[in-house]
Design a protein around this ligand. Sequence first.
Ligand SMILES: Cc1cc2nc3c(=O)[nH]c(=O)nc-3n(C[C@H](O)[C@H](O)[C@H](O)COP(=O)(O)OP(=O)(O)OC[C@H]3O[C@@H](n4cnc5c(N)ncnc54)[C@H](O)[C@@H]3O)c2cc1C
Length: 431
Amino acid sequence: MAQQPPLGPADSVVVVGAGHAGVQLVDSLRAGGYAGAITLLSRESARPYQRPPLSKDFIAASGAPEALPLRGEGFFDDAGVRALWGVAAERIDPEARQLVADTGERIAYSALVLATGADNRRLGVPGEDLAGVVSLRTLEDAARARAGLEGARRAVVVGAGFVGLEVAAAARARGVDVTVVAPTERPLRRSVSPAVSAFLAERHALDGVRLELGTAVAGFLPRPAGSGSGDRVASVMTADGRELPADVVVVGVGAFPAVGLAAAAGLAVGDGVTVDGGLRTSDPHILAIGDCASFPSAHAGRRVRLESVQNATDQARHAAAVLLGAAAGPYAELPWFWSHQGPTKVQIAGLSRSDAHRVVRGDRASGKFSVFAFDVTGAEARLVAVESVNSPTDHLAARRLLGAGRQLTPDDAADPAFDLKAYSRAAPVPA
Ligand SMILES: Cc1cc2nc3c(=O)[nH]c(=O)nc-3n(C[C@H](O)[C@H](O)[C@H](O)COP(=O)(O)OP(=O)(O)OC[C@H]3O[C@@H](n4cnc5c(N)ncnc54)[C@H](O)[C@@H]3O)c2cc1C
């Protein structure tokens, strides 16, 4: 792909999306010394905020919802960023190197960065648009979910992924009766090992969450007409013919990358906007980062698209370095992730496949353990990922080892007498 010269003060950067990736990019460009024009477009009118708390503390507590800002007040003004809140990018004109906003303004760019994130999947079943059925992505969605939980007796959560389980725990913390309905046989089937799934299923059940697994949702029924709230959800219909009463429903069935702008501009897209190791799209003047980008992962050995704060933030830093001509090589940061489900903290470092060889370190019954995943080729076992449950020390050690490419045998990983912390300390500290 054609090499681009580093940005200079006469250049202009346009960033679409002010989530974790877009905001970090702007920050890193200025921190890296870029003094040219920056325009940041956000179709949300709320000032940039942290998304992870939306399915956790934000809805677990009573009182007025407050978002956690991504940067302090005055950050964008101080950084000399032209921030357009509540303005969506409508179209890219790659030949003219201009972005067309929904206000009609054409904004010229030397470099355009797409940080458009992901949009929630819909179930595509009847009743999905009833009041009280909420799909959680934005601050507005979370405020709706929280209002629905106020005074609710029964909630149904559709989906047993991270967002679904976090919402279930938060709703239980408010004393709401919670049922999780999901078509998969185990929670988090695509994201964690069977051992961690089993632990979480037990943990949520102990906390009083009812798990209806292997169950698809067929639709939502409204309250009876004449009840004064006939457009509001009353129950969830399952595909096996049951009706689950619900005052509020939260749907968390995954997301798809926001690639519309890129695709319409003729950029290469697959599961995400296709980028190279420099996070450049098929048009070298346009980069894509965060949830919307499909990139070649050194850790997975294949192209992946990740939905995590770490990925959004680290790719933003890397994209800024690429634009400033300061990137030392292709993007290669270790992926890691966290999820807080009530009192249970899950942390994951690295990426594993379902056929990985796994060993458990620690005692599941104690509620603190880690699952180490290895890729096995012949006699060689290579550590590729670690899932830690309530074991932050293991997680940090795993990040050190995986980040440094330092090896560990499955026997050592599983041996409680093996000093993992000391062993990992011989590896460089991750960023
Ligand atoms: C409820 C919830 C809980 C989560 N919890 C965790 C967690 O515990 N840990 C973790 O690591 N990750 C978590 N995530 C994932 C994490 O929040 C995302 O990976 C991260 O926000 C991705 O950042 P991003 O900047 O790529 O996208 P986003 O943060 O989604 O930002 C993209 C922004 O671009 C805007 N946009 C899109 N198209 C346009 C357009 N045409 N014009 C203008 N603006 C546009 C969108 O409206 C959005 O504001 C969670 C996500 C959700 C939804």
